[in-house]
Each structure stands twice: as structure tokens, then as C-alpha cells.
Design a protein around this ligand. Structure first.
Ligand SMILES: O=C(O)C(=O)C[C@H](O)[C@H](O)CO
Ligand SMILES: [Mg+2]
Length: 403
């Protein structure tokens, strides 16, 4: 089965999304998600200039050889742009191989380890009451797990809070980066009150998650982990920037609150020490940003040795193609933890018809051949790209901080 055409489709049905479509001489095609929020056109250029021309004529069944050609052959190795491009190619090739085999992707990976995939939703509010109302709405919809993000008294903006109740949170909200202001002391004084309020109203059964979004130092993260222990979080996410993997050992010494990290990782080398030192509990690297199924299953296999579970990143700045492929991976992977889910816009859902279904706090991937997601190119063309940038974050004294 030879690759005859490879096209990059950029659309903006509510937000920018990048899709790679590989067509073959057997009449089958596969698609992959190449969306890198705020840097979409960098991946488009990488694919169109350096990847697509080299794919034409290659055997689409040669997934591993193509992966190594694009990774080792790139000389410059990894990074988010390269690995998102490789991720899209790899996702499309696995989609193709499963279609050629006439089976859903989870079968090709090794069959189901579970009938359905538990997801967590996002409850946000400008204050605790508003956040609790959103938790209640998610519980009514059957979610077993909810992430809470709340406005912080004394701070005009913070991470993860939708502009209006019930809306999805879209961080890439301006042509050029908006500037937010952050104060760690106000945050640390407040957020344990949020956890306490959720437990008081919803009890102990609900899985409770929170995303610090890279903003603390290790000892501050250790303090927050200890403060959170009475509320037994499912996980505390991205509590510190994770380039220095060793920093997590200090946090681990102080708290039993489970730690999740990895949405900004793009290879096993970003997380090997974290996993081998058992400094984390969940690894979040996504199929799109971490080189696709071929590479993420290596990360998951290493993680399994150290009791680390998967917890894929899954906001709306990853397309339904990535979600579909992730749900097949989640259905198979033995050390599954949880899957993030933010509902895409109605426009996005229409552009990307899919076989996956939500019910009672869980997803099923569907049994269509491949990953079960398609793209309506005519409809996609109605939503042209429009540059959108993620914000930056400054401390109150003006220091450029972690967003
Ligand atoms: O979904 C999460 O956990 C995030 O941290 C969302 C990120 O801010 C978002 O994907 C950045 O593009
Ligand atoms: Mg996050």
C-alpha cells in the first residue's frame, strides 16, 4: 500500500486545528492530528516542506521505518514541532493499517483491556460558588472525575477559568499574547479552600483534579501537596515546570498527593527520569505532541514498570482525531489512568465526524475500522485559519513567569 498523496488541512471551527491526510494507491486514507496550540503554522510548514515530499511513494505499512526516518533522519531529533509532525504521520499510518486490516485501532494494538474509558471534565468558576455549580453540572452529566479551576481573590486573571459559566476554556484568545498577572501567595492561600468546598458539597467519592499549570517552585508545590492531602486529590497537575525532572524528587519527599505531568513533553527523554525515580503517578504526553502511537506506547510501557499510569492531555486544542486515537489507545493500554475531555465546539464536531461516544462519565471508542474519526474537507474549508496566541504570565513586579 503506497502513499500517493499527503495533504495538510488547516481549519478554525472555533479554534485552529491542523490535520494531515495520507492517501494511498489502495483507495484508503488515514488522518492524524498535528495541532500545536499557538504554533500551528510552524507544524504546517514542517510537514509541507520537510515531511510530505519524503512520504510520497513509501509503503504505508512501514510505520516503524517511517517513524525512524522522520526522527533519526531529522538529525535535530525531537522538540514539539518535529514530534507533532511525526505524531500526525504516525497517527494517520496506524489509522490506515487498521482500516486495511478491517479492524478498530484498539484491536490492532492488542485488544481491549476495558470496555469503557473514564474521563474527567473541567469545572471552572470566577469564585468558589460558581465553580461548585459547574462541578454539580458535571456530576449531573455522569462524570466520575472533575478538574476544578477557580478565579483567585485579588487576581484579575488566572489559568483555566472560562470567560462565562458553562463555556469551554480556550486559552489562545488573542492574535498576540495577552498578558496575565500572577501571585503565588494569593493562590496558595486560596486553593485549599476550593478543595475543601468541593469535598464538603460532593463528598469523597468524586475524583477531584487540579492543574497548577507550571507555576510553583518545588517547595511551594510540596506545601500545596501537603495542604491538599485531607482532600485526597486524584492528581495535582504540572505543579512545577518539568524541564528539571529531578525537582519532583523534592516534592515527592513531602507529600502523598498524586502528581501528574507531561502535556508539554514530546518524547520519552522528557519523562524517563521522572518515571524511573517514581516521582510521578500519571504521565500526560499526548499522541499528537509526543510522536504518535509508536512513541507513546514506548512511554506507556516504561511507565508500567514503575506503576505510573497514563492520563492523556485532551483539551479542545487537540482535535477529535487525537481524541479518537487516544480513546483506542486508552481502551488497550494496561496501565490506563484517566483521559482528559473538554467538549469540542459544535462546528468542530461537524467537521470531524466520529465513532466515539460519551455516556455516564465514560467514553467508548466505537468499532469503526481505524481510529473512527474523519474530516469533512468541504466543511473545514469554511473555517479559515486565524492566528491565535497563548497568553504570557507576569508576577506583580513584572517578572515574566510561567504561564
Ligand atoms: O488541559 C490542560 O490540562 C491544560 O493545561 C491546557 C493547556 O493550557 C492548553 O492545552 C495549552 O494549549
Ligand atoms: Mg494542564
Amino acid at each position: 500500500m503506497r502513499i500517493t498523496h499527503a495533504r495538510v488541512i488547516v481549519c478554525c471551527p472555533g479554534r485552529n486545528l491542523v490535520t494531515l491526510k495520507l492517501e494511498t494507491d489502495q483507495g484508503l486514507y488515514g488522518i492524524g492530528d498535528a495541532t500545536l496550540n499557538g504554533r500551528e503554522q510552524a507544524v504546517v510548514a514542517y510537514l509541507e516542506e520537510h515531511v510530505v515530499p519524503a512520504l510520497i511513494g513509501r509503503d504505508a505499512h512501514g510505520i516503524e521505518d517511517i517513524w525512524q526516518f522522520l526522527y533519526r533522519g531529522a538529525y535535530w531529533r525531537r522538540g514539539p514541532v518535529t514530534m507533532s509532525a511525526i505524531g500526525a504521520v504516525d497517527m494517520a499510518l496506524w489509522d490506515l493499517k487498521a482500516k486495511a486490516a478491517g479492524m478498530p485501532l484498539y484491536q490492532l494494538l492488542g485488544g481491549k483491556s476495558r470496555d469503557r474509558v473514564m474521563v474527567y471534565g473541567h469545572a471552572t468558576g470566577h469564585d468558589i460558588d460558581g465553580c461548585l455549580e459547574e462541578v454539580a453540572r458535571h456530576v449531573e452529566q455522569g462524570y466520575r472525575a472533575v478538574r476544578v479551576q477557580c478565579g483567585i481573590p485579588g487576581m484579575a486573571t488566572t489559568y483555566g477559568v472560562a470567560k462565562r459559566a458553562g463555556e469551554r476554556y480556550e486559552p489562545a484568545d488573542a492574535d498576540l499574547p495577552a498578558e496575565h498577572v500572577w501571585d503565588t501567595a494569593k493562590y496558595l492561600n486560596f486553593v485549599p479552600k476550593l478543595f475543601e468546598a468541593v469535598r464538603e458539597r460532593f463528598g469523597d467519592e468524586l475524583h477531584l483534579l487540579h492543574d497548577v499549570h507550571h507555576r510553583l517552585t518545588p517547595i511551594e508545590a510540596a506545601r500545596l501537596g501537603k495542604l491538599a492531602e485531607p482532600y485526597h486529590l486524584f492528581w495535582l497537575e504540572d505543579c512545577v515546570p518539568a524541564e528539571n525532572q529531578e525537582a519532583f524528587r523534592l516534592i515527592r519527599q513531602h507529600t502523598t498527593t498524586p502528581l501528574a505531568v507531561g502535556e508539554v513533553f514530546n518524547s520519552i527523554h522528557d519523562c524517563r527520569e521522572l518515571i524511573e525515580s517514581q516521582s510521578i503517578d500519571y504521565i500526560r504526553a499526548t499522541l499528537t505532541h509526543a510522536g504518535g502511537i509508536s512513541h507513546v506506547r514506548r512511554i506507556a510501557a516504561l511507565a508500567e514498570l514503575y506503576h505510573v499510569r497514563t492520563g492523556f492531555h485532551g483539551p479542545t486544542d487537540l482535535s477529535p482525531v487525537c481524541l479518537g486515537a487516544a480513546l483506542h489507545f486508552d481502551s488497550w493500554v494496561p496501565n490506563f489512568g484517566i483521559q482528559e475531555y473538554m467538549p469540542h465546539s459544535e462546528e468542530t464536531e461537524a467537521v470531524f465526524p466520529h465513532a466515539y461516544r460519551f455516556a455516564d462519565g465514560h467514553f467508548t471508542p466505537g468499532d469503526a475500522p481505524g481510529h473512527g474519526v474523519d474530516i469533512d474537507e468541504d466543511l473545514a474549508a469554511k473555517y479559515p485559519y486565524k492566528r491565535a496566541s497563548l497568553p504570557v504570565n507576569r508576577l506583580e513586579d513584572g517578572t515574566l513567569w510561567h504561564w
